[in-house]
Design a protein around this ligand. Structure first.
Ligand code: GLN
Length: 475
Protein backbone atom coordinates (compact mmCIF):
# COMPACT_ATOMS: atom_id res chain seq x y z
CA UNK A 1 0.00 0.00 0.00
CA UNK A 2 1.25 3.44 -0.88
CA UNK A 3 1.46 6.05 1.83
CA UNK A 4 0.05 8.48 -0.70
CA UNK A 5 -2.76 6.85 -2.62
CA UNK A 6 -3.81 9.80 -4.78
CA UNK A 7 -3.22 13.49 -5.32
CA UNK A 8 -6.51 14.48 -3.75
CA UNK A 9 -5.77 12.82 -0.40
CA UNK A 10 -2.13 13.88 -0.56
CA UNK A 11 -3.15 17.53 -0.86
CA UNK A 12 -5.64 17.02 1.94
CA UNK A 13 -2.82 15.69 4.14
CA UNK A 14 -0.63 18.64 3.17
CA UNK A 15 -3.41 21.13 3.86
CA UNK A 16 -4.02 19.74 7.34
CA UNK A 17 -0.33 19.49 8.29
CA UNK A 18 -0.33 15.70 8.37
CA UNK A 19 2.58 15.58 5.95
CA UNK A 20 4.98 17.87 4.12
CA UNK A 21 6.31 17.95 0.58
CA UNK A 22 9.74 17.08 1.99
CA UNK A 23 8.31 13.95 3.63
CA UNK A 24 6.58 13.02 0.40
CA UNK A 25 9.78 13.34 -1.63
CA UNK A 26 11.73 11.38 0.99
CA UNK A 27 9.15 8.61 0.81
CA UNK A 28 9.45 8.32 -2.97
CA UNK A 29 13.27 8.53 -2.85
CA UNK A 30 13.27 5.56 -0.46
CA UNK A 31 11.13 3.60 -2.90
CA UNK A 32 13.47 4.51 -5.74
CA UNK A 33 16.37 3.16 -3.69
CA UNK A 34 14.45 -0.02 -2.84
CA UNK A 35 13.65 -0.72 -6.51
CA UNK A 36 17.11 0.03 -7.93
CA UNK A 37 17.53 -3.56 -9.17
CA UNK A 38 14.75 -2.94 -11.73
CA UNK A 39 16.82 -0.26 -13.55
CA UNK A 40 14.00 2.30 -13.64
CA UNK A 41 15.81 5.64 -13.26
CA UNK A 42 18.72 6.79 -15.37
CA UNK A 43 19.03 9.91 -13.22
CA UNK A 44 17.51 10.78 -9.86
CA UNK A 45 17.06 14.47 -9.10
CA UNK A 46 17.22 13.85 -5.32
CA UNK A 47 18.66 17.14 -4.04
CA UNK A 48 16.77 19.23 -6.50
CA UNK A 49 13.46 17.51 -5.65
CA UNK A 50 14.10 18.04 -1.93
CA UNK A 51 14.91 21.71 -2.49
CA UNK A 52 11.75 22.14 -4.48
CA UNK A 53 9.77 20.35 -1.77
CA UNK A 54 11.12 22.82 0.81
CA UNK A 55 10.15 25.69 -1.46
CA UNK A 56 6.63 24.30 -1.86
CA UNK A 57 6.27 23.70 1.89
CA UNK A 58 7.14 27.37 2.47
CA UNK A 59 4.73 28.47 -0.21
CA UNK A 60 1.99 26.38 1.37
CA UNK A 61 2.71 27.81 4.82
CA UNK A 62 2.20 31.29 3.43
CA UNK A 63 -1.56 31.13 3.32
CA UNK A 64 -1.80 34.19 1.07
CA UNK A 65 -0.25 32.45 -1.97
CA UNK A 66 -2.36 30.27 -4.18
CA UNK A 67 -0.93 26.81 -4.83
CA UNK A 68 -0.80 25.34 -8.34
CA UNK A 69 -3.28 22.52 -9.06
CA UNK A 70 -0.60 19.81 -8.89
CA UNK A 71 1.16 20.88 -5.71
CA UNK A 72 2.90 17.97 -4.08
CA UNK A 73 2.54 15.70 -7.12
CA UNK A 74 5.77 13.73 -7.59
CA UNK A 75 6.44 12.95 -11.24
CA UNK A 76 8.97 10.89 -13.21
CA UNK A 77 9.80 11.94 -16.76
CA UNK A 78 10.74 9.70 -19.66
CA UNK A 79 14.21 10.29 -21.07
CA UNK A 80 12.75 11.85 -24.23
CA UNK A 81 11.43 15.02 -22.61
CA UNK A 82 13.63 18.09 -22.54
CA UNK A 83 14.04 19.64 -19.10
CA UNK A 84 16.17 22.78 -19.17
CA UNK A 85 19.72 22.32 -17.85
CA UNK A 86 19.19 18.58 -17.41
CA UNK A 87 20.60 15.79 -19.49
CA UNK A 88 18.23 14.11 -21.97
CA UNK A 89 19.45 11.17 -24.06
CA UNK A 90 16.43 9.30 -25.50
CA UNK A 91 18.01 6.14 -24.10
CA UNK A 92 20.79 6.50 -26.66
CA UNK A 93 24.56 6.71 -26.70
CA UNK A 94 23.99 9.22 -29.50
CA UNK A 95 22.85 11.85 -26.99
CA UNK A 96 25.03 10.87 -24.03
CA UNK A 97 25.62 13.94 -21.87
CA UNK A 98 23.38 16.19 -23.99
CA UNK A 99 22.02 19.06 -21.93
CA UNK A 100 18.58 20.40 -22.76
CA UNK A 101 18.65 24.12 -23.40
CA UNK A 102 14.92 24.55 -22.87
CA UNK A 103 12.05 22.65 -21.25
CA UNK A 104 9.24 20.86 -23.01
CA UNK A 105 5.95 22.72 -22.71
CA UNK A 106 4.48 19.80 -20.74
CA UNK A 107 7.36 20.05 -18.25
CA UNK A 108 7.00 23.84 -17.97
CA UNK A 109 3.32 23.38 -17.16
CA UNK A 110 3.97 20.67 -14.58
CA UNK A 111 6.39 22.98 -12.81
CA UNK A 112 4.05 25.96 -13.08
CA UNK A 113 1.39 23.68 -11.56
CA UNK A 114 3.69 23.06 -8.54
CA UNK A 115 4.53 19.44 -9.33
CA UNK A 116 7.90 17.99 -8.30
CA UNK A 117 10.05 16.18 -10.86
CA UNK A 118 11.95 13.39 -9.15
CA UNK A 119 13.98 11.91 -11.98
CA UNK A 120 14.46 10.83 -15.54
CA UNK A 121 13.57 7.25 -16.42
CA UNK A 122 14.80 4.66 -18.91
CA UNK A 123 13.08 3.89 -22.23
CA UNK A 124 13.67 2.22 -25.57
CA UNK A 125 16.18 4.14 -27.66
CA UNK A 126 14.39 7.07 -29.34
CA UNK A 127 11.12 5.50 -28.10
CA UNK A 128 11.45 2.65 -30.61
CA UNK A 129 10.39 -0.60 -29.05
CA UNK A 130 7.76 -2.50 -27.14
CA UNK A 131 9.84 -3.98 -24.33
CA UNK A 132 12.32 -1.38 -23.04
CA UNK A 133 15.10 -3.76 -24.10
CA UNK A 134 16.43 -1.36 -26.78
CA UNK A 135 17.98 1.08 -24.33
CA UNK A 136 21.63 2.09 -24.13
CA UNK A 137 21.21 1.75 -20.33
CA UNK A 138 20.06 -1.87 -20.51
CA UNK A 139 16.55 -3.22 -19.97
CA UNK A 140 14.16 -2.14 -17.24
CA UNK A 141 12.55 -5.07 -15.44
CA UNK A 142 8.86 -5.39 -14.65
CA UNK A 143 8.24 -5.35 -10.89
CA UNK A 144 5.76 -8.21 -11.35
CA UNK A 145 6.83 -11.71 -12.41
CA UNK A 146 10.23 -13.23 -12.87
CA UNK A 147 12.46 -11.23 -15.25
CA UNK A 148 9.60 -9.99 -17.40
CA UNK A 149 9.76 -7.00 -19.71
CA UNK A 150 7.72 -4.00 -18.54
CA UNK A 151 6.54 -3.21 -22.09
CA UNK A 152 7.81 -0.26 -24.03
CA UNK A 153 8.88 2.13 -25.02
CA UNK A 154 7.82 3.91 -21.80
CA UNK A 155 8.52 0.71 -19.85
CA UNK A 156 10.41 2.34 -17.01
CA UNK A 157 7.72 5.03 -16.76
CA UNK A 158 5.14 2.31 -16.08
CA UNK A 159 7.40 0.56 -13.54
CA UNK A 160 8.11 3.91 -11.84
CA UNK A 161 4.39 4.15 -11.06
CA UNK A 162 3.93 0.42 -10.41
CA UNK A 163 6.71 0.43 -7.78
CA UNK A 164 5.37 3.58 -6.16
CA UNK A 165 8.47 5.67 -6.86
CA UNK A 166 6.30 8.58 -8.03
CA UNK A 167 2.60 9.31 -8.39
CA UNK A 168 2.54 10.15 -12.10
CA UNK A 169 4.86 9.36 -15.00
CA UNK A 170 5.00 11.41 -18.18
CA UNK A 171 5.79 9.32 -21.23
CA UNK A 172 5.24 9.41 -24.97
CA UNK A 173 3.04 7.25 -27.19
CA UNK A 174 3.77 6.90 -30.91
CA UNK A 175 2.21 3.49 -31.36
CA UNK A 176 1.22 2.38 -27.88
CA UNK A 177 4.21 3.27 -25.74
CA UNK A 178 2.15 4.57 -22.86
CA UNK A 179 -0.85 2.25 -23.05
CA UNK A 180 1.03 -1.02 -23.59
CA UNK A 181 3.57 -0.73 -20.74
CA UNK A 182 0.78 0.49 -18.44
CA UNK A 183 -1.18 -2.66 -19.38
CA UNK A 184 1.86 -4.89 -18.81
CA UNK A 185 2.51 -3.36 -15.39
CA UNK A 186 -1.05 -3.19 -14.04
CA UNK A 187 -1.39 0.61 -14.03
CA UNK A 188 -3.35 3.19 -16.07
CA UNK A 189 -1.94 4.66 -19.29
CA UNK A 190 -3.56 7.47 -21.24
CA UNK A 191 -2.74 8.70 -24.73
CA UNK A 192 -4.78 11.80 -25.52
CA UNK A 193 -5.90 12.91 -28.99
CA UNK A 194 -3.04 13.87 -31.31
CA UNK A 195 -2.65 17.60 -30.76
CA UNK A 196 -4.11 17.77 -27.25
CA UNK A 197 -0.72 18.18 -25.55
CA UNK A 198 2.13 20.16 -27.08
CA UNK A 199 5.01 18.09 -28.46
CA UNK A 200 7.41 20.98 -28.05
CA UNK A 201 10.48 19.62 -26.28
CA UNK A 202 9.60 15.98 -26.90
CA UNK A 203 12.41 14.30 -28.85
CA UNK A 204 10.79 13.37 -32.14
CA UNK A 205 10.32 9.80 -33.36
CA UNK A 206 7.34 9.87 -35.78
CA UNK A 207 6.04 13.43 -35.63
CA UNK A 208 2.59 12.78 -37.07
CA UNK A 209 2.10 9.98 -34.49
CA UNK A 210 3.91 11.19 -31.36
CA UNK A 211 1.84 12.30 -28.41
CA UNK A 212 2.74 12.85 -24.78
CA UNK A 213 0.87 10.49 -22.47
CA UNK A 214 0.29 10.02 -18.76
CA UNK A 215 0.70 6.96 -16.53
CA UNK A 216 -0.88 6.82 -13.09
CA UNK A 217 -2.61 4.66 -10.53
CA UNK A 218 -6.00 6.26 -10.65
CA UNK A 219 -8.06 8.13 -13.22
CA UNK A 220 -8.44 11.26 -11.16
CA UNK A 221 -4.69 11.89 -10.96
CA UNK A 222 -4.41 11.29 -14.69
CA UNK A 223 -7.28 13.74 -15.32
CA UNK A 224 -5.68 16.42 -13.10
CA UNK A 225 -2.34 16.07 -14.88
CA UNK A 226 -3.93 16.10 -18.32
CA UNK A 227 -5.86 19.23 -17.46
CA UNK A 228 -2.68 21.03 -16.43
CA UNK A 229 -0.45 20.09 -19.36
CA UNK A 230 -2.95 20.23 -22.26
CA UNK A 231 -3.90 23.13 -24.45
CA UNK A 232 -2.66 25.54 -27.08
CA UNK A 233 1.02 26.31 -27.32
CA UNK A 234 2.69 28.83 -29.59
CA UNK A 235 5.59 26.37 -30.07
CA UNK A 236 3.52 23.52 -31.53
CA UNK A 237 1.15 24.45 -34.32
CA UNK A 238 -0.46 20.98 -34.31
CA UNK A 239 -1.97 21.62 -30.89
CA UNK A 240 -5.62 22.46 -31.20
CA UNK A 241 -6.97 25.75 -29.97
CA UNK A 242 -10.03 23.88 -28.72
CA UNK A 243 -10.54 24.78 -25.06
CA UNK A 244 -9.42 22.28 -22.43
CA UNK A 245 -12.42 20.96 -20.49
CA UNK A 246 -12.28 20.55 -16.74
CA UNK A 247 -11.46 16.85 -16.88
CA UNK A 248 -11.57 16.45 -13.11
CA UNK A 249 -15.00 17.84 -12.36
CA UNK A 250 -16.36 16.09 -15.46
CA UNK A 251 -15.38 12.67 -14.05
CA UNK A 252 -18.68 12.41 -12.22
CA UNK A 253 -20.74 13.07 -15.32
CA UNK A 254 -21.04 9.42 -16.29
CA UNK A 255 -22.81 8.86 -19.59
CA UNK A 256 -25.42 6.12 -19.61
CA UNK A 257 -26.40 3.66 -22.32
CA UNK A 258 -23.26 3.95 -24.36
CA UNK A 259 -22.94 2.02 -27.61
CA UNK A 260 -19.60 0.26 -27.59
CA UNK A 261 -17.94 -1.77 -30.34
CA UNK A 262 -15.27 -4.48 -30.13
CA UNK A 263 -13.64 -5.81 -33.29
CA UNK A 264 -14.94 -9.32 -33.88
CA UNK A 265 -11.49 -10.45 -35.03
CA UNK A 266 -10.23 -10.06 -31.45
CA UNK A 267 -12.37 -12.65 -29.77
CA UNK A 268 -11.76 -15.28 -32.46
CA UNK A 269 -8.14 -14.40 -33.20
CA UNK A 270 -5.75 -17.30 -32.69
CA UNK A 271 -2.84 -15.01 -31.85
CA UNK A 272 -4.68 -13.52 -28.87
CA UNK A 273 -3.94 -15.48 -25.70
CA UNK A 274 -6.89 -17.37 -24.15
CA UNK A 275 -6.60 -15.42 -20.89
CA UNK A 276 -6.84 -12.13 -22.76
CA UNK A 277 -9.89 -13.36 -24.68
CA UNK A 278 -11.50 -14.31 -21.37
CA UNK A 279 -10.59 -10.94 -19.87
CA UNK A 280 -12.10 -9.20 -22.92
CA UNK A 281 -15.33 -11.17 -22.53
CA UNK A 282 -15.49 -10.34 -18.84
CA UNK A 283 -14.90 -6.69 -19.63
CA UNK A 284 -17.78 -6.77 -22.11
CA UNK A 285 -20.01 -8.30 -19.41
CA UNK A 286 -18.97 -5.58 -16.98
CA UNK A 287 -19.88 -2.89 -19.51
CA UNK A 288 -23.22 -4.58 -20.14
CA UNK A 289 -23.97 -4.81 -16.44
CA UNK A 290 -23.44 -1.05 -16.30
CA UNK A 291 -26.18 -0.68 -18.86
CA UNK A 292 -24.04 -0.15 -21.97
CA UNK A 293 -24.61 -2.01 -25.22
CA UNK A 294 -21.60 -3.88 -26.62
CA UNK A 295 -21.54 -5.21 -30.20
CA UNK A 296 -18.95 -7.22 -32.02
CA UNK A 297 -18.19 -5.30 -35.19
CA UNK A 298 -16.35 -6.40 -38.34
CA UNK A 299 -13.04 -4.70 -38.99
CA UNK A 300 -11.25 -6.18 -41.96
CA UNK A 301 -8.48 -3.57 -41.99
CA UNK A 302 -6.89 -4.75 -38.75
CA UNK A 303 -4.13 -6.73 -40.45
CA UNK A 304 -2.94 -3.62 -42.36
CA UNK A 305 -2.44 -1.47 -39.27
CA UNK A 306 0.98 -2.77 -38.20
CA UNK A 307 2.54 -2.75 -41.70
CA UNK A 308 1.24 0.78 -42.39
CA UNK A 309 2.44 1.95 -38.98
CA UNK A 310 5.97 0.60 -39.44
CA UNK A 311 6.31 1.98 -42.98
CA UNK A 312 5.15 5.46 -41.96
CA UNK A 313 6.91 5.75 -38.60
CA UNK A 314 10.23 4.46 -39.93
CA UNK A 315 9.96 6.96 -42.80
CA UNK A 316 9.36 9.81 -40.35
CA UNK A 317 12.07 8.52 -38.01
CA UNK A 318 14.68 8.33 -40.79
CA UNK A 319 14.03 11.98 -41.48
CA UNK A 320 13.80 13.08 -37.82
CA UNK A 321 17.00 11.27 -36.87
CA UNK A 322 19.03 12.70 -39.76
CA UNK A 323 19.98 15.58 -37.45
CA UNK A 324 22.18 13.26 -35.37
CA UNK A 325 25.19 13.41 -37.61
CA UNK A 326 28.02 14.03 -35.17
CA UNK A 327 28.19 17.66 -36.23
CA UNK A 328 24.95 19.46 -35.48
CA UNK A 329 23.77 17.09 -32.77
CA UNK A 330 24.97 14.00 -31.07
CA UNK A 331 27.91 11.75 -30.46
CA UNK A 332 30.98 12.39 -32.60
CA UNK A 333 33.16 9.38 -33.28
CA UNK A 334 36.80 9.82 -32.28
CA UNK A 335 37.71 7.37 -35.07
CA UNK A 336 36.70 9.66 -37.93
CA UNK A 337 39.27 11.27 -40.18
CA UNK A 338 37.33 12.45 -43.22
CA UNK A 339 34.01 14.31 -43.20
CA UNK A 340 32.33 11.23 -44.62
CA UNK A 341 33.72 9.16 -41.75
CA UNK A 342 32.30 11.63 -39.23
CA UNK A 343 28.80 10.82 -40.43
CA UNK A 344 29.18 7.09 -40.86
CA UNK A 345 31.28 6.33 -37.78
CA UNK A 346 29.25 8.60 -35.51
CA UNK A 347 25.94 7.12 -36.61
CA UNK A 348 27.28 3.55 -36.64
CA UNK A 349 28.69 3.85 -33.13
CA UNK A 350 26.04 6.17 -31.67
CA UNK A 351 22.83 4.36 -32.62
CA UNK A 352 21.71 0.94 -31.39
CA UNK A 353 20.63 -1.94 -33.59
CA UNK A 354 16.88 -1.30 -33.60
CA UNK A 355 17.25 2.40 -34.41
CA UNK A 356 19.59 1.58 -37.30
CA UNK A 357 17.15 -1.03 -38.59
CA UNK A 358 14.40 1.58 -38.63
CA UNK A 359 16.49 4.31 -40.23
CA UNK A 360 17.38 1.89 -43.02
CA UNK A 361 13.80 0.73 -43.47
CA UNK A 362 12.54 4.32 -43.44
CA UNK A 363 15.15 5.47 -45.92
CA UNK A 364 14.26 2.57 -48.17
CA UNK A 365 10.50 3.23 -48.19
CA UNK A 366 11.16 6.88 -49.03
CA UNK A 367 13.66 6.20 -51.79
CA UNK A 368 12.70 7.18 -55.31
CA UNK A 369 11.37 4.21 -57.21
CA UNK A 370 9.88 2.67 -54.05
CA UNK A 371 8.18 5.74 -52.58
CA UNK A 372 4.76 5.13 -54.15
CA UNK A 373 4.88 1.37 -53.60
CA UNK A 374 5.48 1.66 -49.85
CA UNK A 375 5.18 5.14 -48.36
CA UNK A 376 2.40 6.25 -50.72
CA UNK A 377 0.47 3.05 -50.18
CA UNK A 378 0.85 3.20 -46.40
CA UNK A 379 -0.50 6.76 -46.45
CA UNK A 380 -3.55 5.47 -48.32
CA UNK A 381 -4.01 2.73 -45.72
CA UNK A 382 -3.80 5.37 -43.00
CA UNK A 383 -6.54 7.36 -44.72
CA UNK A 384 -8.71 4.28 -45.14
CA UNK A 385 -8.27 3.33 -41.49
CA UNK A 386 -9.11 6.86 -40.38
CA UNK A 387 -12.25 6.97 -42.52
CA UNK A 388 -13.34 3.56 -41.27
CA UNK A 389 -12.74 4.41 -37.61
CA UNK A 390 -14.59 7.71 -38.02
CA UNK A 391 -17.42 5.75 -39.64
CA UNK A 392 -17.58 3.44 -36.62
CA UNK A 393 -17.83 6.47 -34.35
CA UNK A 394 -20.91 7.61 -36.22
CA UNK A 395 -22.65 4.56 -34.78
CA UNK A 396 -20.66 3.84 -31.64
CA UNK A 397 -19.50 6.00 -28.75
CA UNK A 398 -16.46 3.91 -27.89
CA UNK A 399 -14.30 1.05 -29.13
CA UNK A 400 -12.76 -1.41 -26.66
CA UNK A 401 -9.78 -3.65 -27.39
CA UNK A 402 -7.17 -5.51 -25.38
CA UNK A 403 -3.89 -3.63 -25.02
CA UNK A 404 -1.91 -6.43 -26.66
CA UNK A 405 -2.39 -10.05 -27.77
CA UNK A 406 -0.24 -11.33 -24.88
CA UNK A 407 0.94 -10.25 -21.45
CA UNK A 408 4.54 -9.25 -20.66
CA UNK A 409 7.04 -11.75 -22.00
CA UNK A 410 10.37 -12.85 -20.56
CA UNK A 411 13.30 -10.54 -21.12
CA UNK A 412 15.28 -11.71 -24.14
CA UNK A 413 12.69 -14.19 -25.37
CA UNK A 414 11.73 -12.17 -28.48
CA UNK A 415 14.98 -10.32 -29.10
CA UNK A 416 15.82 -12.39 -32.15
CA UNK A 417 12.53 -11.71 -33.86
CA UNK A 418 11.71 -8.01 -34.34
CA UNK A 419 8.70 -8.76 -36.57
CA UNK A 420 7.04 -10.71 -33.77
CA UNK A 421 7.57 -7.74 -31.47
CA UNK A 422 6.16 -5.34 -34.11
CA UNK A 423 3.05 -7.52 -34.43
CA UNK A 424 2.41 -7.23 -30.69
CA UNK A 425 1.52 -3.56 -31.33
CA UNK A 426 -1.55 -4.54 -33.36
CA UNK A 427 -4.17 -3.16 -30.95
CA UNK A 428 -2.43 0.08 -30.00
CA UNK A 429 -1.16 1.53 -33.29
CA UNK A 430 -4.70 2.17 -34.55
CA UNK A 431 -5.16 5.11 -32.18
CA UNK A 432 -1.95 6.76 -33.41
CA UNK A 433 -2.63 6.06 -37.09
CA UNK A 434 -6.00 7.76 -36.72
CA UNK A 435 -5.12 10.38 -34.08
CA UNK A 436 -7.77 9.28 -31.57
CA UNK A 437 -7.35 9.06 -27.79
CA UNK A 438 -7.05 5.77 -25.91
CA UNK A 439 -6.73 4.71 -22.32
CA UNK A 440 -5.59 1.39 -20.93
CA UNK A 441 -6.85 0.18 -17.60
CA UNK A 442 -5.90 -2.90 -15.58
CA UNK A 443 -8.60 -5.59 -15.62
CA UNK A 444 -6.94 -8.62 -14.05
CA UNK A 445 -4.08 -11.07 -14.42
CA UNK A 446 -3.33 -14.13 -16.55
CA UNK A 447 -2.57 -17.68 -15.35
CA UNK A 448 0.93 -16.61 -14.36
CA UNK A 449 -0.20 -13.53 -12.48
CA UNK A 450 0.91 -11.08 -15.18
CA UNK A 451 -1.34 -8.01 -15.56
CA UNK A 452 -3.87 -7.73 -18.39
CA UNK A 453 -4.96 -4.32 -19.67
CA UNK A 454 -8.00 -3.33 -21.70
CA UNK A 455 -8.09 -0.27 -23.89
CA UNK A 456 -10.96 2.13 -24.34
CA UNK A 457 -10.83 4.43 -27.37
CA UNK A 458 -13.12 7.22 -28.47
CA UNK A 459 -13.41 9.83 -31.23
CA UNK A 460 -10.99 12.74 -31.34
CA UNK A 461 -11.25 14.97 -28.27
CA UNK A 462 -13.43 12.52 -26.35
CA UNK A 463 -11.03 12.62 -23.37
CA UNK A 464 -13.85 13.56 -21.01
CA UNK A 465 -15.91 10.56 -22.09
CA UNK A 466 -12.95 8.16 -21.81
CA UNK A 467 -11.95 9.43 -18.39
CA UNK A 468 -15.44 9.53 -16.89
CA UNK A 469 -16.35 6.10 -18.27
CA UNK A 470 -13.20 4.41 -16.95
CA UNK A 471 -13.40 6.35 -13.67
CA UNK A 472 -16.83 4.94 -13.03
CA UNK A 473 -15.84 1.43 -14.14
CA UNK A 474 -12.88 1.31 -11.78
CA UNK A 475 -14.73 2.86 -8.83
N1 GLN B 1 6.19 -0.28 -30.09
C1 GLN B 1 5.98 0.77 -31.01
C2 GLN B 1 7.24 1.06 -31.78
O1 GLN B 1 8.21 0.44 -31.51
C3 GLN B 1 5.48 1.99 -30.31
C4 GLN B 1 6.54 2.84 -29.72
C5 GLN B 1 6.03 4.13 -29.17
O2 GLN B 1 4.82 4.31 -29.02
N2 GLN B 1 6.94 5.04 -28.94
O3 GLN B 1 7.28 1.87 -32.64
Amino acid sequence: MSAYSNLYSLQDQLGTDRTTCVEIVEYYLENIEASKHLNIYVEIFANEALERAKFLDKKLADKSTKMGPLYGLVVSIKDVLCYKDHVVTAGSKMLEGFNATYSATAIERLIAGDAIIIGRVNCDEFAMGSSNENSYYGPTINGIGDKRIPGGSSGASAVSVQMDTCMIAIGSDTGGSVRQPAGFCGVIGFKPTYGRISRYGLIAYGSSFDQIGIIGKNIRDVASTLHTISGPDQFDSTVTSMPVPDYVSDLKSERQNLRIGIFENVLNNTSVSPDIKTASKNFIKLLERRGHQVDEIPFDLLEYAVPAYYVLTTAEASSNLARYDGIRFGYKSPNAISIHDVYTHSRTEGFGEEVKRRIMLGTFVLSSGYYEAYYGKAQKVRKLLTDRINGIFEQYDLIVLPVAPSTAWEIGSKSEDPIQVYLSDIFTVIANLTGIPGISIPVGVDFEGMPIGMQVMGPKFSETLLLSTTYNLLK
